[in-house]
Design a protein. Sequence first.
Length: 276
Amino acid sequence: MIRKCLFPAAGYGTRFLPATKAMPKEILPILNKPLIQYGVEEALEANLNHIAIITGRGKRALEDHFDISYELEHQISGTSKEVHLSDIRQIIDQCTFSYTRQIEMKGLGHAILVGETLIGNEPFSVILADDLCVGEGTGVMSQMLKIYEKYRCSILAIQEVDESEVHKYGVIAGHQLDDGIYMVSDMVEKPDPADAPSNLAIIGRYVLTPDIFDILRRTTPGKNGELQITDALKTQAQEGMVLAYKFNGKRFDCGSVDGFVSATNYFYELSKNNSD
Ligand code: UTP
């Protein structure tokens, strides 16, 4: 059974400068909740309560968010404001949090490799908190774990994107095995639309088998010296089996200003409808 969920959260978040100069991108709120909390709630819904976070310099707020703030709690204890902390208190009660730092930001693949010390030799899941997902029926990670139970191999979440957008993503080539499930044969990172093997783009949710760590160790860094998870997954697909899953639900790219604003509008409408 998979219990651990890794959150790589060491990136600089340059697209949100100057907001991210002194504050982690993952703490930026959609309404009144930080991005990372949405991700942890999705993990918990999938019964993943060992939360492992890859942090970096300037990311202390992540640790403080998932901890008790005695002064604040003392101040609002017994008042009507206490209710605003009930969700985060429940998360803190139900999860264990472990952290390690990525000293140099050498890419997502490198961040995942740094996480080996927290994960060990077992399958695990990965959530990129800046991809905010709203599952249909169940959460996206729950949907992926169901597929893992059947196939027992690494699984990537994919989404159909417009042809003009493929250059922003890793894109898969493969054939359909089952409804929404593809056997991956190849992957291309940020292709020109003319060279893209499909419009099925990889988004920030993965279930990974632990052999990925050895594969990452023998993967040569690509552009800007960054170790790409896509390159390691390509090897894993060629040596074994990797599946891609077209999930049911929505996803907001909150690493970009446009996606962040769309998510804000979506959750604002939702909260207004719920309070009516
Ligand atoms: P992004 O590509 O969104 O990079 O990383 P970024 O630095 O966060 O943002 P921009 O592009 O500069 O605006 C995707 C995910 O991988 C993590 C990020 O924290 C984010 O969750 N990441 C990326 C790391 O943890 N370490 C890295 O070296 C790179």
